[in-house]
Design a protein around this ligand. Structure first.
Ligand code: HEM
Length: 586
């Protein structure tokens, strides 16, 4: 074979091999990077044009068309939407640690100073520290139980207010306001021992100072910020949202700073009194005691300054509140810290050193955000759940009467003067079934939002699909809880009996993936104990004490509101009528 023919053949073979390799490798890449099905998107907007509020309904429509796993782009943000219990198990259990971040949002960055909110914080050491503090020291069953007295007092005030108004005629009550203010006071007393709300607002249309702050920030959180969806447009702020976010942050800061500063002064005053009763009075005390620990994670540079300051001052003794009594701390303990004593055991001592040496303002922002975080995460959700439950009971008098019979069995005394207490409610199966059923049909967070952890820079393969880095995970809790394949043909109806048939063991605490009103896994709701104490408690007492009616001429409207959480579209207005006696009314 002459040389020319040989070269031509070799070139042809090499070209062929190159083309084949390119085709094969691109095929392999496509196969390896296969995305879940989804509708065609638009440039820049992605699939935003398909999404409306309430979000769970738009996502449900997509699932009906493309199946239980759908890939969309919210602007530039890759997003996977899941709507089946099996997929929820896969993503939120098997891949829980991979999807443990929350989507980063401008509002939470600005209002909670660099995502200082635990709810929105990225997964990492500070989140872990805070989470432990919340679940073990602030929201455990024991801790929630410690505040039973203040909840009883608030419930009593609520029933008394209703009774006074009912005696004067047939008043229309804005149930959302009444419940919000009652639950708000229960929470604020547990967090920092203060009442924030006046219950008469439910009749007058007035608004407390704190409620007005919450509502202004809800507007900011509820308005989509363009830069959250299309990051390269984040410089553009046509709606002036950044200014509103900063104003909102200042309002929260001023509000909580006053409360925290007052407490610090009180604690300093009490230091001389050696008062055991004041220890860990509420969550703010717990936070202040753990303060240095959080500071060390959040601002290591500041923490280092505290240490060196404490050291250079060589305090011989610093007074502080220990968990048992006022104690004097020998300076040598501070030195020990630098030789390896754990942060948490030294936190209280060093916090006091820091307090005496530096401006208060700088160091209280961790406590400030924790209080703000817990108030925002708890009051709205719990209120929404109670409002929906009462509305469903008004629509279904048969269930309401059955519940009342159960309640009358545990307490036949005068319904107007005695609150039903937690221990009386513990074994009431029908009440429990009603609360579960209400959370099933109306999960206050209808769509759970997570994001792939920042560390997974090359994305992640789950099952047969590949997901790009920072993919957002939306779990449609609302759709899973209404799936007829799981819940049968009555999936859309309010039917508490379903939890009583054959001793159905499905519960709401994150073990049953078809019913996840509190989420699940490491980022599941740490306030579940509190919510499952307060919701049945308030519902039971409202039902026990009054006959409830819809105002004359009004229609009970159970449509859902267009919001990120899933409230009723309009506040529930009801009329409380005093029960003649607990036995005669059932
Ligand atoms: C009926 C009432 C409530 C409902 C339905 C609810 C629901 C939820 C849901 C769905 C999540 C996200 C879970 C996940 O991503 O897997 C969550 C997170 C959270 N909830 Fe609740 N919640 C309620 C009450 C409360 C209460 C009373 C508190 C505090 C006292 C609270 C504090 C929090 C916090 C701090 C988080 C963030 C947890 C984290 O990101 O690590 N919630 N809640």
């Amino acid at each position: 074979m002459d040389l020319l023919v040989f070269c031509e053949c070799a070139c042809a073979i090499l070209t062929l091999l190159f083309v084949m390799r390119t085709i094969l490798s691109s095929g392999k890449r496509r196969q390896g990077n296969r995305l879940p099905p989804g509708p065609p998107g638009r440039p820049i907007l992605g699939h935003l044009h398909l999404l409306q509020l309430p979000l769970h309904e738009s996502l449900h429509k997509l699932a009906q068309q493309y199946g239980p796993i759908v890939f969309i782009k919210m602007g530039a943000m890759p997003t996977v939407v899941i709507s089946s219990p099996d997929l929820a198990r896969k993503f939120l259990h098997e891949h829980d640690h991979d999807f443990a971040d929350r989507p980063s949002m401008e509002a939470s960055k600005r209002i909670f100073l660099d995502n200082g909110s635990m709810v929105m914080m990225e997964y990492g050491p500070l989140w872990r520290e805070l989470r432990k503090l919340y679940t073990v020291h602030m929201l455990s069953v024991r801790r929630v139980g410690m505040f039973e007295r203040s909840r009883l007092e608030e419930m009593h005030t609520c029933l008394e207010t209703l009774q006074n108004h009912a005696l004067r005629g047939k008043p229309n009550v804005d149930m959302r306001k009444l419940v919000f203010n009652t639950v708000g006071n229960m929470m604020s007393r547990m967090l920092f021992s203060k009442r924030l709300f006046d219950l008469d607002e439910a009749f007058s249309g007035e608004e407390s100072h704190f409620k007005a702050i919450v509502e202004r920030s809800a507007v900011v959180f509820g308005t989509p910020f363009l830069g959250d969806l299309i990051p390269w447009l984040s410089w553009l702020d046509i709606q002036g949202l950044r200014r509103m976010m900063d104003a909102s942050r200042k309002e929260y800061d001023d509000f909580f700073e006053a409360i925290i500063t007052e407490r610090i002064m009180e604690r300093e005053g009490h230091a001389a009194a050696d008062d055991d009763d004041e220890k860990d009075k509420d969550c703010l005390d717990t936070l202040l005691n753990a303060s240095f620990c959080i500071l060390a994670y959040n601002c290591p540079d500041v923490a280092a300054k505290v240490l060196s300051h404490a050291h250079s001052c060589s305090y011989s003794c610093i007074h502080f509140h220990s968990s048992s009594s006022l104690t004097y701390l020998p300076g040598c303990l501070l030195k020990n810290f630098q030789h390896g004593v754990s942060i948490s055991s030294c936190s209280q001592y060093l916090f006091c050193a820091w307090m005496s040496a530096h401006s208060r303002h700088k160091c209280i922002h961790n406590e400030l955000h924790a209080l703000q975080d817990l108030m925002s995460a708890s009051v709205e959700t719990t209120t929404t759940s109670i409002e929906w439950t009462i509305a469903e009971l008004l629509r279904n008098p048969r269930h309401l009467n059955k519940l009342r019979e159960e309640l009358d069995m545990v307490s036949s005394s005068d319904p107007h003067h005695n609150c039903l207490e937690d221990p009386q409610l513990g074994n009431l199966k029908y009440l429990e079934a009603i609360v579960k059923e209400s959370l099933r049909l109306h999960p206050p967070f209808s769509v759970d939002m997570r994001q792939m952890c920042g560390g997974l820079k090359n994305g992640l393969k789950v099952g047969e699909y590949y997901f790009p880095a920072k993919t957002r995970l939306l779990t449609n809790l609302w759709a899973m809880a209404r799936d007829t394949n799981v819940w049968g043909s009555s999936a859309g109806q309010f039917c508490p009996e379903r939890f009583l048939v054959d001793e159905d063991s499905r519960d709401v605490r994150g073990q049953h993936y078809e019913l996840l009103p509190f989420g699940t896994g490491r980022r599941g709701c740490p306030g579940t104990n509190m919510a499952l104490t307060v919701v049945p408690f308030v519902v039971a007492n409202l039902v026990k004490a009054f006959d409830w009616e819809i105002p004359d001429g009004a229609v009970l409207d159970l449509s859902e509101g267009a919001a990120l959480t899933a409230p009723m579209a309009k506040p529930l207005i009801a009329v409380p009528c005093i029960r003649r006696s607990s036995s005669s009314s059932s």
